[in-house]
Design a protein around this ligand. Structure first.
Ligand code: HAM
Length: 420
């Protein structure tokens, strides 16, 4: 029996893991210039947290969660997103405080039972930030600015930022009623899934993927005329801030997002490079979630970015970093004894990436391995070299060979490798 990774999951192999490290490093660097600090939360949480946090009726909760009972009879769920866990930890460890703004970032796997396709997985990975404790549109603008900066740092320039305002609960309630009224006559023509959306969360009808329904909803009312005065001002100010930051965006009155916790600002960055799963990231303001989870009223805003999708977009943009050699030098050891071990240890202590053949096969085989390793240099150590306290250093690309005194080898390599 040969085992395979479960459907919708991927192994990240050694060649690819460099790219993931690049994504993570770039994200950490961007977060640090905005003063965000890392939080790591468990892979699973009490199921109730997500029911409460994301909304009982959301598709993520009704259809996509990996929920199981542990041996103690508790219902646990692999996290389908990072916001509810971050807020749970924020409250549990009292990270906030009156008038204080808390900035958190995370890099996390997420688990959703979805139909796998390019850009959509059952275990996916997100980078994300949460800015907790500010109701200002400046906070939303900061999160959007950070998001765009990360994509730019990855060389992803072909972006389309969509923004919308969902207002607060009260205006949404009135809008919901208007939308239900509009959609009622076409209810009998809807597919089962869409009908369920109508009943559970009619706003989600607006982001239906069904082209017929899209067409029939073209004239549906938009939320904008229902917005409260405060929400309208908030949205106007956010747009002015994005203009000031030189960030291009489009107002998309149909952008609603799939999780229930959003209030006012919602946004997504889309990329044509991604095909059907065109959403690079999604985020927005969630002013009621902290209170909903038992904390004091605390406004917050944030975003999460799909890492697999960021890699797909960087690949389409041709901006992935080139593969790098994993070693600086291959030490060809032709003699038994400890001299080879000592040399390897000395090189590594000096920060030089040194490889060798643990089986000490023939010179020919070791040179073949040296070539394959991609290391720019091979150094040979045999009886003769040990007696004379030298090594023969070869630049593998050109074949040029030099004798280097053993004691000088680290410095000699450092200079030629351009290391500091
Ligand atoms: P979300 O829109 O559900 O929002 O996910 C954000 C991003 O995660 C998506 O735009 C996509 O790039 C990626 N993603 C989600 N599911 C999958 C999947 N199955 N396969 C591949 N990529 C996926 C959230 O998760 C919110 N917590 C965002 C947020 C943070 N809002 C406020 N703060």
């Amino acid at each position: 029996m040969q085992y395979k990774a479960p459907r919708g999951t991927q192994d990240i192999l050694p060649g690819d893991s460099k790219r993931w490290q690049w994504l993570e490093r770039t994200f950490r660097d961007v977060c640090s210039v905005y003063g965000y600090q890392e939080i790591r939360t468990p892979a699973f949480e009490i199921t109730e947290l997500f029911h409460r946090g994301l909304g009982e009726q959301t598709e993520v909760v009704t259809k996509q969660m990996y929920t199981f009972e542990d041996h103690g009879g508790r219902s646990l769920t692999l996290k389908p997103e990072g916001t509810a866990p971050a807020i749970r930890a924020y409250l549990e460890h009292s990270l906030g405080g009156q008038g204080r703004v808390t900035r958190l970032y995370y890099i996390t796997p997420i688990f959703r039972y979805e139909r796998p396709q390019a850009g959509r997985y059952r275990q996916a990975h997100q980078t994300g930030v949460e800015l907790i404790g500010s109701a200002a549109p400046e906070a939303d603008a900061e999160v959007i600015d950070l998001t765009i900066r990360w994509y730019r740092a990855l060389g992803i320039e072909q972006l389309s930022l969509k923004v919308n305002s969902l207002g607060m609960a009260e205006c949404r309630e009135r809008y919901r009623a208007a939308l239900l009224e509009f959609a009622r006559p076409i209810l009998s023509d809807m597919k089962e899934d869409e009908r369920a959306r109508y009943e559970r969360n009619p706003l989600r009808l607006l982001d239906t993927k069904d082209p017929d329904l899209q067409q029939r909803l073209l004239d549906s009312p938009t939320l904008e005329p229902f917005l409260e005065e405060d929400s309208r001002e908030h949205f106007d100010r956010l747009r002015a801030l994005l203009d000031a930051l030189g960030i291009r965006y489009e107002v998309d009155a149909r952008l609603v997002r799939g999780l229930d916790y959003y209030t006012r600002t919602v946004f997504e960055v889309q990329s044509d490079a991604l095909g059907a799963q065109n959403s690079l990231c999604g985020g927005g303001r969630y002013d009621n979630l902290v209170e909903e989870m038992g904390g004091p009223p605390t406004p917050a805003t944030g975003v999460a970015m799909g890492m697999e999708r960021a890699l797909l977009a960087a690949s389409a943009a041709g901006s992935l970093p080139p593969p790098e050699a994993t070693a600086d030098v291959f030490v060809v050891i032709l003699t038994p004894g400890e001299a080879g071990e000592r040399l390897l240890s000395e090189l590594r202590s000096g920060g030089i990436r040194a490889l060798s053949d643990p089986d000490r096969r023939s010179a020919k085989s070791q040179f073949r391995q040296a070539d394959k390793s991609g290391a720019p240099f091979a150094v040979t150590l045999g009886e003769d070299e040990i007696t004379r306290k030298i090594v023969r250093a070869k630049r593998l690309k050109t074949g040029e060979e030099t004798e280097v005194p053993l004691a000088e080898l680290p410095a000699w390599l450092f200079e030629r490798l351009g290391k500091k």
